[in-house]
Design a protein around this ligand. Structure first.
Ligand SMILES: Cc1cc2nc3c(=O)[nH]c(=O)nc-3n(C[C@H](O)[C@H](O)[C@H](O)COP(=O)(O)OP(=O)(O)OC[C@H]3O[C@@H](n4cnc5c(N)ncnc54)[C@H](O)[C@@H]3O)c2cc1C
Length: 418
């Protein structure tokens, strides 16, 4: 079968990989000059199956009025004249109920576990390198009341098979010695020992190279203008080349992996998905003092900043800005992140050599992705992975290949349609 994959972020590249492994003739179309230059470029790097709580939760609902008035709030809403934004926000608020949050959290964890195992199997098979580290992820709290709440939640979740180790401040520092200087300020933490960190951009580019060696065709610098549907069946996509030339690329199956841009591509053919861009920021800096640098993934829950160690670099990310499709940088956000690195790991990174980045998370109200067949024959979607697209990439790619083969994936994706 011929399969056209639209978009070469970490989701499109992994989908192409598993579709090729299933024996299909795969062609990937990407408007940028290489793979993973948009949302997948400089994310937090956390492959987090166990600490992937959706933003739509009861605590967000409680804090929202305060955040709306706070310039540096972790979640910012900039109202736009865009019905999709308002509709998305209403659905997001609905997902904040206790019941929906609990259901979404377990669902995300199951997809995360399946994906992490798939990533590990792929690593064993290919030997792919991407500055990964298997040291777990530690989320720590500085507020004792917030720690008590997250410890109680962790114990409740354990009954559902979600393993989160509740740690005292001493245990937090033993797990991540770089936090020792601020031990007295730590109330406690939640540690997920089997989670990992790694560079999604490096991974996607390396996998694209391996995929090309195995026969996947990658067309870079080619923008998809519209999906082609004839007689109720998807036939491929109309694309525009760098020189302005247009053509229709035909395929038996078309898989939309265009991240935050997927809703706009799908709407004209009658497929409605609630995926909206949620902007985040990151900074990356080289490590200059190994003894002061973090070794594992760390999240400071009070300020919602995630840190990773990626080889000889430190990465820090934060912020959820619901502000439309503008991915421009706000340097103040990046400078605040540099301040957080200095606060947690003083002297570890070179603050004179900081790389700033902003990206749009392709987010659904529940944070659960769309993975599966649409109502249009021959048209599939693999998009909307929100805060955990890197974590879920391999599982989603494997699932798309299984769904195309008429099988139900081992793990239940909410949008399978087989
Ligand atoms: C600040 C931040 C921190 C994050 N931290 C983590 C983390 O720690 N762990 C985690 O698991 N996830 C994290 N994420 C989320 C993760 O990065 C995303 O969910 C994931 O990268 C989405 O991948 P994607 O392939 O769907 O989208 P993208 O990477 O955006 O890929 C979509 C591709 O489609 C292409 N495209 C779009 N429209 C067209 C068109 N018309 N024609 C041709 N090509 C097109 C784009 O150029 C792009 O390359 C974070 C995200 C951000 C922003």
């Amino acid at each position: 079968m011929t399969v056209l994959v639209l978009g070469a972020g970490v989701i499109g590249v992994t989908a192409a990989w598993f579709l090729r492994a299933a024996g299909h003739e795969v062609r990937v179309v990407e408007r940028r000059e290489a793979a993973a230059l948009e949302s997948s470029f400089a994310n937090a790097g956390q492959v987090s199956a166990h600490l992937a709580d959706p933003w739509s939760n009861p605590s967000t609902l409680r804090q929202l009025p305060k955040w709306l008035l706070q310039a540096d709030a972790p979640l910012v809403w900039r109202p736009r004249l865009d019905l999709d934004q308002w509709r998305w926000l209403a659905l997001f608020l609905r997902e904040c109920s206790r019941e929906r949050y609990a259901r979404n959290l377990l669902h995300l964890a199951n997809i995360g576990l399946y994906s992490r195992e798939t990533l590990r199997a792929l690593r064993r098979e290919t030997g792919i390198g991407y500055d990964f580290h298997q040291g777990g992820i530690l989320l720590f709290q500085t507020d004792p009341a917030a720690f008590d709440q997250s410890a109680a939640a962790a114990r409740r979740l354990e009954a559902h098979g979600l393993k989160r180790r509740v740690c005292s401040r001493e245990e937090c520092v033993a797990i991540e010695p770089a936090l020792a200087h601020m031990k007295e300020r730590i109330a406690g933490g939640i540690y997920s020992p089997h989670d990992e960190t790694g560079d999604a951009h490096q991974f996607a580019q390396a996998l694209a190279r391996l995929g090309a060696e195995r026969g996947i065709r990658f067309d870079y610098g080619v923008a998809v203008k519209r999906l082609v549907v004839e007689g109720g069946e998807a036939k491929g996509a109309e694309v525009e080349h760098a020189d302005g030339r247009r053509e229709v690329l035909r395929a038996d199956q078309t898989v939309v992996c265009t991240g935050p841009h997927s809703a706009r591509l799908l709407a004209p053919v009658g497929v409605r998905v609630h995926i909206y861009p949620v902007k985040g920021y990151s900074i990356t800096m080289p490590i200059v003092d190994e003894a002061k640098a973090l070794r594992i993934g760390v999240t400071d829950a009070a300020v919602k900043v995630a840190f990773s160690r990626l080889g000889d670099r430190i990465r820090a990310t934060s912020t959820a800005e619901i502000a439309g499709y503008d991915a421009s940088l706000d340097k103040r956000r990046g400078e605040a992140l540099v301040g957080h690195v200095e606060r947690l790991f003083p002297g570890a990174g070179d603050t004179a050599r900081v790389t700033h980045w902003a990206g749009l998370r392709p987010t659904t109200p529940s944070n659960l992705p769309y993975v599966g067949k649409t109502a249009v024959k021959g048209l599939l979607v693999n998009a909307g992975h929100g805060t955990v697209g890197w974590t879920q990439s391999c599982g989603s790619g494997r699932a798309i290949a299984e769904i195309l083969a008429g099988k139900r994936p081992e793990v239940d994706f909410p949008f399978v349609g087989v």
